[in-house]
Each structure stands twice: as structure tokens, then as C-alpha cells.
Design a protein around this ligand. Sequence first.
Ligand code: IMP
Ligand code: MG
Length: 183
Amino acid sequence: MIEIPAQSILIDRQRLEARVKELAAAIDRDYRDKEVILLSILKGSILFLSDLMKELTLDLRIGFFYLSSYRGNTTPQNPIEQYPLPLPALQNRHVLIVEDILDSGTSIHYALEACRRYRPASLKTCILLNKVGAQRNYTIRIDYKGFDIPNVFVIGYGLDYQERYRQLPFIAVLNSSQPESSQ
Ligand code: IMP
Ligand code: MG
């Protein structure tokens, strides 16, 4: 059983649902009559992507990158590891990167650079959580932002600590007494 103290919940289920609907409405409006490819970064973005796409009425396709930078720790590890996955055709398509969280910016920078090589018609970002005050390796433009959060390690709604807690339907702050992984 996973037990999360109520006081560590940062964004509850209702706020997440409401904000995802608002983001979807804005995306639907902006991409009206266009075909869009939602490109997500595994694994952290799966709940956000699936909730967001259920709200969209656009003609869309999805694709995935599989990147890993944390590898069990609570601070970014460099360099990023990419595991190979086939991507949908991106050339001349409208590509929207859907990501769970912006921390150092390394993962999204990597994904943006990888997409640019295919010359998409447009390339934008939709990011659920923006860690304010985090040390950034790259400046990333957020076109659709869910929430600003403090610079703390969070779990839930797809985000993990050592591969656990992804299934939580809310965002919580990880108990800071938890030890760092030695992996
Ligand atoms: P960045 O490359 O440093 O911007 O980190 C982005 C990736 O690290 C995200 O896609 C997450 O998978 C992971 N990450 C960053 N911050 C957190 C956090 O607070 N909790 C869980 N995972 C995180
Ligand atoms: Mg991620």
C-alpha cells in the first residue's frame, strides 16, 4: 500500500483535471483544422498525455521519446540516455511536445533538437509542471503551461521516485527524509 500524507499533496486531482481541460481547450483552438502530432517523453508524461488527448477534438497522432536523466536520484544526471523508439513522420507536421515537468531543461532541449532535424511545420511545447527556481541548462519556451511549482522533488500523476508512485492521481512532494538512490 502506498500512503501519502495529505499535507504533502501539492496539486490535487480536481485542480489537475480542471487545468488539463483548459490546456486542451487552448490547444484545440490554436490548432483548429490542423493535423497535430503529440510527442511525449516516456515514462513520466503518460498520465498527462492520456488525459490531455481525451479532451482534444483535433485530428492527432502520438509518438514517444524514451529518455532518462534521473536514473533513481532526485537531481538530474548527465548525460541523458535515449532508448530507441520509432517516431511518426514529423516533416511538415505540426509537432507539440507534451512533457510532465521542466527542471534543468535538458530532456526537452534534447527532444526539441531531435524534432528540428525532421523539419516540422511547427514545433511547440506543452508542459504540465514548471519548476520555478530550478537550475536550467537551457532556456526553454513553454507554449502551454500547466502549473508553476516550487523547486522541490515531486511524485505522482506519472512522475516517479525510483519508479514508484507514478499511479497517484495527484502531485505530491516527496518526503525529504527518503534516502537518495545509490544507483
Ligand atoms: P530535466 O531534463 O532536468 O528538465 O528533467 C526532466 C525530467 O526529469 C522529467 O521528464 C522527469 O521525468 C524528471 N524529473 C524532473 N523533476 C522531477 C521531479 O520533481 N520528480 C520526478 N521526476 C522529475
Ligand atoms: Mg519525463
